[in-house]
Design a protein around this ligand. Sequence first.
Ligand SMILES: [Zn+2]
Length: 316
Amino acid sequence: MRKSKLWKKLLGVEYLVFEDGDIVTDRASQEILVFRVRPDHGHRNRCSRCGRRCRYHDSGEGRRRWRALDLGAMRCFLEAGAPRVACPAHGVVVAAVPWARPGSRFTRSFEDQAAWLCAAMNTTRAAELLRTTWRSLQAIITRVVADLAGKTDRLAGLRRIGIDEISYRNTGAAELADTRWAVLKKPGDLTTGQRTTIAALAAINSPLYKAYLMKEQLREIYRSGPDRGKVLLAGLISWCARCRIPEFVAPGRTLRRFRDLIWNTLETGTTNAKTEATNTHLRALTKRAYGFHSPGALIAMASLTRGGLCPPLPGR
Ligand SMILES: [Zn+2]
């Protein structure tokens, strides 16, 4: 295998010519591997906005380095000229390079791997693994998502739409007291101790026990098929109306008001579980990401993790 082909495979880059490579020390006196490269004939002098082949303008700000995927334990860079071209549509702009997204100091494969890692793990850990900064990762995520959004039809195969809202920078966390766990759990999941708690509840606090049974009936509505579910729902609505527990009278009215919609759910099996799961995920994102300076960064992260815009790992 020719050396150039080998380096391309290892670094996950295409359409370039390898000139030479060397181990040098960077500004922090760390050893790095630098490959001097140039775009191949078909990818020279192209506008970085529209990709059109343009006239060479000047050498711009000279040679640049792009961080590439590590080779083993070694940080690796591509170094090349960054000439400017004159595009009829966009004026004088820096020429595109086939190994990186416009404006980026990282190769496309490095960015794809970084975005994939950010979707899969804590950003701080990803930054440590990749030997880069949180801020760089945020910029990478924004670029990757913008790039993929232009190429991916996210509505392909759409069958249902769920709508829910989430607020940014205003996430008061509701907390459940431990003592409530026993009555909130599914009966089958109760521990022996919790079963004893429920039994004691029946004896000493009959309204709460009644409420417990009503809550279980509500759960059962969704577990049964549509026919039995509708009967159980009608029963629960009238039970709520005469139970004399204020906390259940109001929900009973709500159930009556939304009865038709609940029937729809029973018949079609559609629930808001997915939108709720997405909402929970987004809330976790906002909470762990105080570093997001703008809703835009958060939206990019959400598109990456839940919006189908996570790139595959390089070479897979
Ligand atoms: Zn252009």
